[in-house]
Write a protein that binds this ligand. Structure first.
Ligand code: MRU
Length: 377
């Protein structure tokens, strides 16, 4: 995507030093646009854990580059051991999004127990990480083209009037390598001259909607309004939402979907008000080994300080954190919730749109699931 006329991905290898991975620092957005250099597996671990990079697709790509840095760190004699240890470290950073373990396992499948010199293995690691990043971007581009059809059909039902789309968290290009999942159809529609407007849930406690989705949409020129997390139901009751599109962090073979905490409540409100509720995801977000999302998807619980404090900019431009509750108030902070498949109108994937039903998902992804299962063994 373009920032001030220059194209950026969210992660890439430094041109002047391919031993450094560069990222857009998402902790600094929306108040400053910063690029950080990461040199070690530990740098990547901290970047994922502390959410300098976040979003299912991007943490997968970051972990793949982390495995490339692991190959650079390894010695010929301990190559496989160092890669296995690094894989465990990277996989332990965040538990919910499938893409992370998927990318690390794919890297391991290309690198472990292979013949060849250290130099050749490093080359293979670099090539595979670059392929994972590019395929993430390409999947998202295709998600945009498939999802565009839903927005086009809504626009024609409304005789060309503005299509109002509600989204939760950030499933835009910042959450992937490029294009995004939930926002890719929005960008594709906007670029073709379809009138779109986005309701942006602020997404407490970390406010990815306010700080990242609002920033992205503003950079692209897409009309949007930031709304408090609790407004969606009211807007739906008053016919102000035509469509909900969210991203996903893990989707089971039955179509149950984990996404940012609060997504489930939007899905219930959408069903009650007959508003179509779509989930956009690349195939790397499926976990075909799981069926019942509520019982099986691991839900990350983050530090209570994210709930007890809120960050922002003061009128004189300082970025500060302030406490919003009494000094002794305890808090809990689950990062994700699961929306059961019955609330989902359809899954928008790089291979097309399907219902959130096992037979439909497996019809579209059976070949892919065989590869995934063998990778997970
Ligand atoms: O905690 P985050 O910011 O990594 O969570 C991101 C989300 O929940 C997104 O909606 C999700 O990753 C889907 S789009 C990649």
């Amino acid at each position: 995507m373009n920032i001030n006329g220059k194209h950026y991905r969210t992660i890439w290898l430094k041109e002047s030093n391919p031993g450094a991975v560069q990222i857009i620092n998402q902790q600094a957005l929306p108040f400053s646009f910063e690029i950080l250099d990461l040199h070690t597996v530990d740098d990547i671990r901290k970047a994922i854990r502390d959410m300098f990079v976040r979003g299912a697709g991007l943490i997968g790509a970051a972990a793949a580059y982390g495995m490339y840095l692991a190959a650079l760190e390894a010695k010929e004699s301990d190559f496989d051991d160092h890669l296995l240890a690094s894989a465990e470290i990277l996989k332990a950073t965040r538990p919910t999004a499938s893409n992370l373990a998927w990318a690390v396992n794919l890297m391991l499948s290309k690198l472990l127990n292979k013949p060849g010199s250290l130099k050749q293995k490093i080359e293979e690691a670099k090539k595979t990480a670059e392929e994972i990043a590019s395929s993430d971007a390409e999947c998202c581009r295709n998600i945009g083209l498939h999802g565009l059809k839903i927005i086009e059909s809504m626009a024609s039902k409304k005789n060309g009037a503005t299509v109002n789309i509600l989204t939760h968290c950030n499933a835009g290009w910042l959450a992937f390598v490029d294009y995004g999942s939930a926002l890719a159809p929005v960008y594709a529609a906007f670029d073709r001259g379809i009138k779109v407007h986005v309701w942006v849930d602020e997404t407490r406690p970390r406010n990815q909607g306010a700080s990242l989705t609002a920033w992205e949409l503003g950079q692209h020129g897409v009309s949007h309004d930031l709304i408090p997390d609790n407004s969606g139901g009211h807007l739906m009751q008053h016919n102000l939402v035509d469509l909900v599109i969210t991203g996903a962090d893990r989707v089971t073979r039955l179509g149950d979907t984990a996404n940012k905490i609060g997504t489930y409540l939007k899905a219930i409100a959408a069903k009650e008000n007959n508003v179509p509720f779509y989930v956009a995801l690349p195939s790397s977000t499926f976990d075909f080994s799981m069926r019942n999302g509520l019982q099986e998807i691991p839900i990350e619980e983050r530090d209570a300080s994210e709930v007890r404090f809120i960050g922002g900019k003061t009128p004189n431009g300082n970025i500060i954190q302030v406490q919003i509750c009494p000094d002794s108030t305890p808090a809990r902070n689950w990062g994700f919730d699961v929306t059961p498949a019955r609330y989902i109108s359809g899954l928008i994937t790089e291979r097309g749109i399907c219902r959130a039903l096992e037979q439909d998902i497996m019809a579209v992804f059976s070949a892919c699931s065989e590869t995934r299962v063998s990778e997970q063994l």
